[in-house]
Ligand binder design. Structure first.
Ligand code: THU
Length: 132
């Protein structure tokens, strides 16, 4: 699904297509995935990465729930890892045990736990509301 989704990436500025498939754990044993792609914009900072686009779509469709792993596909060599902004968002929405399957076009190359890639996240400030 991540590879297929990657074909839909909107990347007129970088030309670098990213595909992501977020696994939605299901208590009934049904495994569903939500695809995400990067969607760029002429106002470069408005670009949304593939990982965050899948998370936004999954929460829009199913609400916030326990996501357990995601599959990231690029044609980079070595295969690209999530950017720090996405790691921060994944950390808050998916937790430290979330696994990232990092792929190139031939298949999986590495698996990381989120906490390996982002051992110290920004998680609070004085007066912050509790999020979990
Ligand atoms: N990109 C992602 O989709 N995910 C990441 O984790 C890193 C970067 C996208 C954003 C932009 O469209 C392109 O890759 C080049 O930075």
């Amino acid at each position: 699904m991540a590879s297929e989704a990657r074909q839909h990436a909107y990347v007129p500025y970088s030309g670098f297509a990213v595909g992501f498939a977020l696994h939605l754990g299901d208590s009934d044993g049904i495994h569903q995935f939500m695809p995400g792609v990067n969607v760029e914009n002429i106002s470069y900072g408005a670009t949304i990465c593939a990982e965050r686009s899948a998370l936004v779509a999954a929460i829009s469709r199913f609400g916030s729930r326990s996501f357990d792993y995601g599959v990231l596909v690029t044609d980079a060599d070595p295969p690209a890892l999530p950017c720090a902004l996405c790691l921060q968002v994944i950390s808050e929405l998916c937790g430290p045990a979330f696994r990232l399957v990092i792929c190139d076009l031939t298949g999986p190359r590495n698996i990381y736990r989120l906490e390996e890639l982002l051992p110290h996240r920004f998680e609070t400030f004085p007066g912050a509301p509790t999020t979990s």
